[in-house]
Design a protein around this ligand. Structure first.
Ligand code: NAP
Length: 256
């Protein structure tokens, strides 16, 4: 059974490792190609876009894909929508490997913004001149914040952004999660951070900064997830999704 994993997340890597250990699955791992040095999934891997929903549908047919797993990041809304359309066109199952969004806890000082542009506008409401802001929204989001004056940005992303953002005053930290609480505490203190701006990605790899912010009484400007149409079955743990794939494999749902 040929499984196409639309990847780019730690959950997708966990799923890939699990399928690698089960030789009755043929699996292909797909990356958009944004990260310069992606961690190897162990599976045969393709990189780059498919060329929209029709390109993905063509790829599915050409490669004999039986089921698609959308294990992309919760903010990768376009890829998720394309997967829905392509699977419908090819009449094959689609499963979503998801994670619950983070929820504010007692002691949190969260402000929310519906998208990156709104978050950039809200920075003036929730910070003051001279404040130091940890921007953990990803390297491709930075242009939304470039016009903001009189703030210092500490930008954390996996790769150095190219071209470099046009901030007046900024520091770059190239780091890849998962992040530990003690390191997040140290980062916030060392860089004298006054506020964090991040996406509500959910999951355990990047939530330590929220706990550190709570401990230090720092505000967090949380960008809400984009709306993604739900289709196919959603799973919140990669092992539950493996069980689903196993059930497809043993049932007659997939012709072999
Ligand atoms: P997006 O806006 O939903 O996708 C834009 C285009 O990139 C898609 O239409 C598709 O091109 C291509 N693409 C995206 N994911 C792909 C994949 N896994 N394999 C092949 N092509 C893919 O997504 P994005 O926000 O650019 O994110 C790209 C990748 O980075 C995703 O795999 C995601 O899991 C990962 N990521 C995203 C974020 C985030 O905040 N957005 C954070 C961490 C990781 P075509 O239309 O040409 O097929």
């Amino acid at each position: 059974m040929h499984v196409l994993i639309l990847g780019g997340t730690r959950d997708a890597m966990n799923l890939a490792a699990e399928l690698l250990a089960r030789p009755h699955f043929k699996a292909t791992y797909s990356l958009a190609g944004r990260t310069r040095r992606p961690l190897p999934s162990g599976l045969p891997t393709r990189r780059g876009g498919f060329g929209g929903p029709s390109g993905l549908a063509d790829w599915i047919k050409r490669e004999g894909v039986d089921v698609v797993v959308d294990a992309t990041h919760p903010f990768a809304a376009q890829m998720s929508e394309h997967a829905i359309q392509a699977c419908q066109a090819c009449n094959i199952p689609l499963a979503r490997l998801d994670r619950e969004p983070w929820q504010p806890q007692d002691g949190d000082l969260w402000h929310t913004a519906p998208d990156l542009a709104s978050a950039a506008a809200a920075i003036y409401d929730h910070s003051k001149s001279g404040d130091r802001i940890l921007l953990a929204t990803g390297g491709r989001s930075l242009s939304h914040f470039e016009h903001i004056k009189q703030r210092h940005f500490t930008v954390r992303c996996v790769d150095a952004p190219e071209p470099a953002p046009k901030f007046d005053d900024w520091t770059l930290l190239t780091q890849r999660g998962p992040f530990k609480l003690e390191n997040e505490r140290q980062l916030l203190r060392e860089h004298r951070i006054d506020m964090i701006v991040c996406k509500n990605s959910g999951g355990a790899a990047a939530d330590a900064k929220l706990q550190a912010a709570r401990e230090l009484g720092l505000p967090v400007l949380m960008v809400q997830r984009p709306d993604v149409r739900s289709a196919g079955q959603a799973f919140f743990h990669y092992l539950a999704l493996v069980d689903f794939l196993e059930s497809l494999h043993t049932s007659s749902a997939i012709p072999r």
